[in-house]
Write a protein that binds this ligand. Structure first.
Ligand code: AKB
Length: 319
């Protein structure tokens, strides 16, 4: 059996640190190298970790060659809210980083590449409910535009260069082990921290703003299932819709209140409201379910219970 050697780029982020642990379990710590542009925090320092900037193409190529990498998970990106503040850099990192990785896949004959897309690839003219796999997109944020363009690059490298690149359009991802950075859906992470520390939370979205969301364990499972699936099962080479749940700030607050009765939420919408309103409210992921057997496990109730059980321990360790 061929030995895998996995490189994760952008491992220090919210998804990266949890995906790294999933990859450790699957392939063994010794076969996974987590990288980022900043020193590792928390659990990542327990495995192989190196500093690597995907924008430095020569360093990336040398790294892949030296470590005999066979698969790359390329997660480094600027998210939606931060991207609007620094659009040129968001475009540079989100596009050039991806193309560097896809070129490396050709140069070093990588087995597989993973790259995340997002519901941000959709826009205000997209059907909002049960958004189909193939539909009008027209994203309005730089992040979304880079995700849509990235999907086209992935498909182009697959069709024209034979790169086995796979991708998911993540909804808002909710975990509690790492604080998120710069996303519009991130209120749904922050709310748990504030509920436990202050019992109150000021939300930057309006109370009835519905968005598609997913618990981190499901996101890691989806990613690993997609990457483990035989190549002939992967019919979509741009990016697959995946979904688990949809809720509004008022609904997640009500769920939290079942565990913390005196928790309160107030609303002070800012520019992120416009971003949220440009995105779908729920996603049709029938293609992922049919092609490679995607199935989610966590709904709002299960996720809330799990986070409010496990997060206090982490907060106590930090204190
Ligand atoms: C964001 O809010 O920018 C991200 C995303 C939906 O891709 N979480």
């Amino acid at each position: 059996m061929k030995k895998h050697k996995i490189l994760i780029i952008g491992a220090g982020g919210q998804l990266g640190s949890e995906l790294t642990q999933g990859l450790w379990s699957l392939y063994g710590k010794e076969n996974v190298i987590a990288t980022d542009i900043k020193d590792p925090q928390g659990i990542l320092s327990q495995g192989n970790f190196e500093i690597l900037d995907v924008l430095k193409q020569k360093n990336l190529f040398d790294f892949i060659k030296k470590n005999e990498i066979t698969q790359v998970y390329h997660l480094a990106a600027v998210l939606s809210a931060t991207g609007e503040k620094n659009p040129k850099f968001a475009w540079h990192l989100n596009m050039d980083g991806l193309v560097h990785v896809l070129d490396a896949a050709i140069e070093f004959k990588l087995d597989r590449v993973y790259w995340p897309s997002s519901i941000a690839a959709f826009g205000p003219t997209t059907p909002k409910q049960n958004t189909p796999q193939d539909t009008i997109m027209d994203p309005t944020t730089i992040y979304g535009i880079s995700k849509q363009a990235g999907e086209r690059w992935c498909e182009w490298y697959f069709r024209n260069k034979g790169v086995d690149v796979r991708s998911l359009r993540y909804p808002g991802l909710i975990g509690y082990k790492t604080k998120p950075g710069g996303g519009t859906t991130d209120y749904a992470v922050d709310i748990f921290f504030k509920a436990l520390t202050n019992k109150k939370f000021e939300c930057f979205l309006k109370e009835n703003t519905y968005l598609p969301m997913m618990y981190m364990d499901d996101a890691v499972k989806a990613t690993l299932d997609l990457m483990e699936a035989p190549a002939d099962k992967i019919k979509i080479r741009s990016s697959y819709n995946i979904s688990a749940m949809s809720f509004s700030p008022a609904e997640i607050a009500a769920e939290i209140r079942k565990h913390i009765p005196d928790f309160t939420i107030s609303y002070n919408p800012d520019f992120r409201q416009g971003i949220a309103e440009s995105w779908p409210q729920s996603i049709d992921d029938a293609a992922a379910r049919k092609d490679w057997g995607w199935k989610h496990q966590f709904g709002l109730k299960e996720m809330t219970e799990e986070i409010l059980t496990k997060l206090p321990e982490l907060l106590a360790q930090e204190a």
